[in-house]
Design a protein around this ligand. Structure first.
Ligand code: DGT
Ligand code: CA
Ligand code: CA
Length: 563
């Protein structure tokens, strides 16, 4: 959707193809970086000169112009010319890299996922030079993850799409809202459900199916339609309902199904019937216009969508004990942000300005430590330079406090990547596992928590929504120890992480753990991922007091373990 994303997709595909062909890493990365910058860029690329976008090199500018002028990029057609259709798609399988794919294609002639599954089942992959049974087993696992993962899309992607779908309809519809799992802020979304109401039902449906992003109209009726989007190939369902039923319909189509079923039982107990049209006493409709009305006639207060999973929310509402969930505007700062001193794209000044515009009181610059070499980890010398840079920027920018933090690697023996004297000078320390995902992770994390300088554990399970399973870890043991030691667990809000997730948050809270939401932003634009973290925290029933970055910096209960 939008030219930026179209071009970014093509750049990513060029990078895949070059990688498959064994091209030099820096050439591949040039395309990856340009793709990332384009995705981050919020303006209209055809309205400005592409060279005005920071971080886009000359070669890329030419290709962007070529696309804007001709609708294609010759380089792309060249690089994929001798690669079978669909082969590069297999690079989305976890544990299957371009080198291996090249080998499998050359030696075994695989062209698609069916071929791949066949040669694996015949044991042919393990027999190849440099492969072996372990690697074969990993690819097999990857295929499983790929197949289950493809069916659902990350929340971040769905949110982006739903905004593009809803915006043009605001003018025509009286009310319009996302429903389904998206409104509940679930970490992955099956399909996107949208509900609208308005005088001109037909006009709303027509406007919906005629948008530029629609690739295919799957179904179209008088009051509903389903389309597939060209971007990400997503199914979007729109239902237009009567104004009098808006609340009941929104409640019904928001779900979850389990929540609806429980509500239906509750209605029955009270001699009422509930449906997507309203709440009925006999044949008389007694509620339905708003969600609040519907809950009210059932004798309970309105339940926030993020809680509607039948995890005790209806019982809590009946007792008047619903949590007061944390909100985006409770958040006073983001302290997990990478600058261009390590692998971030933006400089400290740009990040600080963006954070100030978001209304934050503080922003924590948090780069990688020296062992994370591929992520541009800082040695002690560079860290000193960064400290001076932060002081310099702080002199210049008022109204936001810039904090000096680091995401410090937890090493193979559980020690931290810097000496205590270095850690001592930092405003906060986030410990993270970046190497050795299978070896003694639980023990290493616990050992790291014995260090008084560690304040927070980053992305505690290490899983990725795109398919990485995460660390081999006993997460309950880590939660229990974190609570005992007063170490905070992160809710990493990065679109591919959401780690801890909702169920782990609930578990951790029961151990008495405190949380902090960090975006792990690698550019100023990614500070906006905070929304995903807040949604996830709300799904985990968290209130303002559970989350440390709702505190002012002077009051924040961090660094206490140092004293
Ligand atoms: P998804 O799309 O798999 O991420 O999950 P949802 O929750 O969006 O599910 P979806 O799209 O199948 O249906 C949207 C909502 O409609 C769902 O959350 C609750 C409601 N719904 C769908 N089917 C049923 C049903 O058979 N019974 C009840 N009570 N509600 C249903
Ligand atoms: Ca859905
Ligand atoms: Ca649906």
């Amino acid at each position: 959707m939008g030219k930026n994303t179209e071009i970014a997709d093509i750049f990513d595909k060029i990078a895949d193809a070059l990688e498959f062909k064994g091209e030099l890493v820096f050439k591949v990365n040039a395309y990856r970086k340009a793709a990332r910058v384009l995705r981050e860029f919020s303006g209209d690329i055809s309205a400005i000169h592409p060279s005005e976008i920071e971080g886009i090199g000359k070669g890329m500018v030419e290709k962007i112009e070529e696309y804007l002028k001709t609708g294609r990029i010759k380089k792309y057609e060249e690089v994929v010319a001798d690669i079978p259709d669909g082969l590069l798609e297999l690079l989305n399988i976890p544990n299957l890299g371009p080198k291996t794919l090249q080998l499998l294609h050359k030696e075994l002639g695989i062209k698609n996922i069916t071929d791949l599954e066949k040669v694996i089942n015949e044991g042919k992959v393990a027999a190849l030079p440099g492969m072996g049974e372990k690697k074969e087993e990993n690819i097999k696992k990857g295929i499983l993850l790929y197949k289950t993962g493809r069916a659902r899309i990350p929340l971040a992607t769905a949110l982006k799409v739903v905004r593009e779908v809803i915006n043009p309809l605001f003018a025509i519809a009286e009310s319009i809202s996302p429903a389904g799992s998206l409104r509940r802020m679930k970490e992955t979304i099956g399909d996107i459900d949208i509900l609208a109401t308005g005088e001109e039902t037909g006009d709303i449906i027509e406007a919906f199916v005629r948008q530029a992003y629609v690739k295919e109209v799957i179904a179209k009726g008088d009051t509903q339609a389903s389309v597939r989007t060209s971007y990400e190939n997503l199914q979007v369902d729109l239902r237009v309902v009567e104004k009098e039923s808006w609340g009941a319909a929104l409640l019904y189509f928001t779900g979850s199904k389990a929540h609806n079923i429980k509500l239906r039982g509750l209605a029955k107990d009270r001699g009422l019937k509930i449906s997507e049209y309203g709440v009925f006493k006999g044949t008389k409709k007694i509620a339905g216009k708003t969600e609040e009305d519907v809950y009210k006639v059932l004798g309970i207060e309105w339940i926030p969508p993020e809680l509607r999973e039948d995890r005790g929310e209806i019982e809590a509402a009946m007792e008047g004990k619903l949590p007061v969930l944390v909100r985006q505007d409770d958040i006073k700062g983001d302290i997990h942000v990478h600058s261009n001193y390590s692998d971030g794209m933006d400089d400290i000044e740009k990040i600080a300005m963006a954070a100030k515009r978001m209304g934050y009181e503080y922003i924590g610059i948090c780069d990688h430590s020296k062992t994370s070499k591929i992520a541009g980890g800082l040695d002690e010398e560079t860290l000193k330079k960064r400290t001076e840079e932060i002081d310099r920027v702080q002199e210049k920018i008022k109204g936001i406090k810039i904090l000096k933090g680091m995401e410090v690697d937890i090493l193979s023996n559980g020690s931290l990547d810097y000496s205590d004297s270095v850690l001592e000078k930092l405003d906060f320390v986030i410990g993270a596992i970046h190497q050795g995902f299978t070896k003694n992770v639980t023990e290493r994390m616990k050992e790291a928590m014995n260090n008084p300088f560690i304040d927070i554990i980053a992305h505690p399970t290490g899983r990725l929504l795109s398919g990485r399973e995460g660390y081999n870890i006993n997460i309950e043991e880590v939660m229990e120890y974190a609570a005992e030691k007063g170490v905070v667990l992160e809710i990493n809000a990065s679109y591919d992480r959401l780690d801890l997730n909702d169920t782990n948050i609930l578990k951790a809270k029961s151990y008495g753990v405190k949380f902090i939401i960090g975006t792990n932003a690698h550019s100023a634009g990614m500070l906006l991922d905070m929304e995903l973290g807040v949604g996830t925290a709300r799904r985990g029933w968290l209130e303002k007091k559970d989350i440390l970055n709702t505190y002012r910096w002077v009051d924040i209960p961090l660094r206490r373990r140092r004293r």
